[in-house]
Design a protein around this ligand. Structure first.
Ligand code: ASP
Length: 307
């Protein structure tokens, strides 16, 4: 077992306006991010797996109403909540769910798909039923709903747009975690309510392997931003491909995708990544990205804007 371990998390990217982010709100985000870092980091420090660590961090963020995943997810145009989640490890194990409406922690359903089925992606009501059969906690729709999300939906509908959380006056976002454990394994997890005022049935990048989430022996990636753009350029897999086939460093590959490929594909956002050496990268092409990182021997760090 080595002394190297690393964890990075995000809570979504977008137009996080400094004038609207009061010191109190910023502090609340940082506290929530640090709690998620500590949930995952404690597992890594104790020699636990990257998979366990990213799931623990994701649960912490899904349970927090500040972020757009689990409790506090965004509404579809139909006024419903449809959530997506994905988990992948460096040993090519993967599981995902899309369009689930009742699972308290969608990341646990993604893990159950990975562990208990021969499949990778389950959708809709059948995925909810599968989670129930697996003994996962289900909630009534009211559990996921928050007043500020309802207000965001009304604002988006008035403006006739489909929006990222952080581009709305009330700022919240998709969540993700990537980790490298002391045994050298990598894992990535992403979970989201999607985009406010999305069409019911719309599937974003989050649950699609290679778009919003990817892990292999070299790198683990979790994305946030305009899902359609991340899908069009296979963003997460593009990072892995640039490293494997073009010999790019973690930093070069992640910046190329977040700052060039995603905008070229018509969107914006950011991503977090960790490589086999335990290096982390957290580039974003938006005004801000709620994020945190923690490496063995260092203190946990959180940040919101570029500085
Ligand atoms: N990428 C997510 C989606 O399109 C949204 C986000 O990251 O905030 O569903």
């Amino acid at each position: 077992m080595q002394d190297i371990w690393s964890l990075a998390i995000h809570g979504g990217a977008g137009t996080i306006r400094r004038d609207e982010l009061t010191p109190e709100k910023a502090a609340a985000y940082r506290i929530a991010l640090e709690a998620a870092l500590r949930a995952g980091g404690a597992i890594l420090a104790a020699g636990g797996s990257a998979e366990e660590a990213v799931v623990a961090a994701a649960i912490s963020l899904e349970d927090c109403p500040l972020f757009n995943a689990g409790h506090g997810s965004t509404f579809t145009a139909a006024g419903t909540i449809e959530m997506d989640a994905c988990l992948m490890t460096s040993t090519a194990e993967a599981g995902a769910v899309t369009g689930v409406t009742r699972i308290r922690n969608p990341i646990l359903a993604a893990r159950a798909v990975m562990r208990a089925t021969p499949h990778v992606l389950l959708a809709g009501a059948a995925a909810d039923d599968f989670a129930a059969a697996q003994g996962l906690v289900l909630e009534a729709p009211a559990y996921f709903e928050t007043a500020h999300r309802r207000a965001q939906l009304l604002a988006a509908q008035a403006a006739q747009t489909v929006v990222l959380d952080h581009d709305l006056p009330a700022k919240m976002g998709t969540i993700g975690a990537v980790a490298r454990d002391r045994h050298g394994a990598l894992a990535a997890a992403t979970s989201t309510g999607g985009m406010t005022n999305k069409r019911a049935g719309r599937v974003g990048d989050t649950p699609i392997l290679g778009a919003g989430t990817w892990a292999d022996a070299r790198v683990a990636i979790s994305c946030t931003g305009t899902g359609e753009a991340f899908l069009r350029c296979a963003a997460a897999h593009e990072v892995a491909a640039l490293m494997r086939l073009a010999g790019k460093s973690l930093r070069e590959a992640t910046e190329e995708v977040a700052l060039l490929r995603v905008p070229e594909a018509g969107g914006h956002g950011g991503l977090i990544a960790v490589d086999a050496a335990g290096e982390v990268a957290l580039p974003f092409g938006t005004e801000g990205m709620y994020r945190g990182w923690w490496r063995a021997g260092e203190a946990p760090r959180t940040a919101i804007h570029a500085d």
